[in-house]
Structures are given as structure tokens and as C-alpha cells.
Design a binder for this molecule. Structure first.
Ligand SMILES: *Cc1c(COP(=O)(O)O)cnc(C)c1O
Length: 237
């Protein structure tokens, strides 16, 4: 089932990339990376996705990364995509490939410290609350430039782009405007030439809206339900 879902998602991605290339010939023609969001899902499900060729997995809880990391193949790239508490960075600094959810200088400073201790440089994305929803984490678009300047001198982290979680909607077309805004913001930041800051990646699009996100320039899409089926949070604990 997971295998078939992955095939379907990949075909959908291919079609969306063609539309992007028509809509935006100026954009990078790289294919977006599909991150399989495996939060709440058992190791056996991840193994099935792995056997279908997926190497990028997304988790939003430190504990789940700690549980899954030791028992799964070492060539998996673990993406931390959820809200990250400063006091938990130490548990994952040596495990995650990228952190998509950086939204405070305090957190960036802690990641820097822990990355240096682990002898590595961690690529991070800045989470932006493009729609400025009350309930969501992330910086306001107007705060991102100053934030980049404050992170610019930190060792051990490399600000590499932006991430957003678009509003929940039945009509994904409504989110196109937010994906366009995130793309534009990344262009604006690039034009500021801030030391040590690059805008190589845009992490945007989930099961409901990833096609639109790709059309507007996503470089990472984060798909959970569309690959693994509905999550059952009750069964977790
Ligand atoms: C859970 C989650 C996803 C995946 O959501 P689906 O709608 O199941 O694809 C993507 N991004 C983040 C940040 C998430 O927490």
C-alpha cells in the first residue's frame, strides 16, 4: 500500500514539475525532494518506504527521532520539521540531516552550540508563518531579514532557506499566494547578500497542497498522509 502510494505521489510530482517548468521557466529545474513524513508511524512502515527508494524522512518529535534513528539504516536523512524546544536540541544534533523549523535566535544559538560540539555544520531553514495565523509557529515575513543577520555569524549552522506550513484548506489553490510569497521572500533575502546565508531551499507543500507548492518552486515537499495514510494519534501512547 505504502509502495503504491509512493508511486502515485512520484507520478503526481513529475506532472507538477512539468507545469512548474512551463509556468516559471526562470526557476531552477531541479526536481523537488520528497520527504516522507513518518511521525506517529511504526518502523515497519518506514522500512517499506525505504525499500521503495525513499531516503528522506520527516519527524516532528525529538523522542521519535531518538527511537527510530538507531534501528533504521544509516543512509536515511532525518528532517526535523516540527517545533523544537531548545533543551532538546542536544539529543538530535548528531542525528538530523536538516532542521526545517528554526524560528528564534535562542534556538539557532543552541543548534550552533550543539553542532559545534558534534563536530558538524547543520543546515537549517527558517520557519515563516506566511499567512500570519495566530495558531502557527514561525517568524513573520517582515522579521526574516533581521533574523538572518543575527544568525549570520553563528558557527555550526548554515541558514539554507525557508519553510512554511500553509493554512489548512479544502481548496489548495488558496495557498498558492502563500507559496508565491515565500518564494519572493527568499529572492529578497538572497538579494541582500547576507554573509553565510543562502536561500537554496524552500520547504513547502504537504499532502493537500504539494502540487501547488511545486508549481511555485518548492525544493522539499513534506508528505505524510499521502504516503502512510491517516495518522492515529490515540494509538501512539
Ligand atoms: C505532519 C506534517 C506534515 C505532513 O502532513 P500531511 O498532511 O500528512 O502530508 C508536513 N509538514 C509538517 C511540518 C508536519 O508537521
Amino acid at each position: 500500500m505504502i509502495k503504491d502510494n509512493i508511486t502515485d505521489v512520484k507520478n503526481t510530482v513529475t506532472e507538477a514539475v512539468k507545469r512548474r517548468n512551463d509556468l516559471h521557466p526562470e526557476m531552477s529545474h531541479n526536481d523537488p525532494v520528497l520527504i516522507a513524513v513518518s511521525k506517529t508511524k511504526p518502523v515497519t512502515d518506514i522500512e517499506e518506504a525505504y525499500d521503495s527508494g525513499i531516503r528522506d524522512f520527516g519527524e516532528n518529535k525529538v523522542q521519535e527521532i531518538m527511537d527510530k534513528y538507531p534501528v533504521l539504516p544509516k543512509d536515511i536523512r532525518w528532517h526535523m520539521i516540527g517545533h523544537l524546544q531548545t533543551n532538546k536540541v542536544k539529543y538530535i544534533a548528531d542525528k538530523v540531516y536538516m532542521i526545517h523549523s528554526v524560528e528564534s535566535v535562542k534556538l539557532a544559538t543552541e543548534i550552533s552550540k550543539r553542532a559545534v560540539a558534534a563536530g558538524r555544520c547543520i543546515p537549517v531553514l527558517i520557519e515563516v508563518n506566511v499567512a500570519e495565523e495566530e495558531s502557527k509557529f514561525g517568524l513573520k515575513p517582515s522579521e526574516v531579514s533581521d533574523f538572518c543577520k543575527e544568525c549570520s555569524a553563528l558557527p555550526g549552522i548554515k541558514v539554507s532557506g525557508l519553510m512554511t506550513v500553509a493554512p489548512y484548506t479544502d481548496d489548495p489553490e488558496e495557498n498558492r499566494v502563500y507559496f508565491k510569497q515565500l518564494k519572493q521572500l527568499s529572492v529578497d533575502i538572497t538579494n541582500q547578500n547576507i554573509d553565510n546565508i543562502s536561500m537554496d531551499f524552500l520547504s513547502m507543500g504537504m499532502t493537500g497542497d504539494y502540487e501547488i507548492a511545486i508549481e511555485e518552486g518548492a525544493s522539499f515537499i513534506r508528505v505524510g498522509t499521502g504516503i502512510f495514510g491517516q495518522r492515529n494519534y490515540a494509538r501512539q501512547q
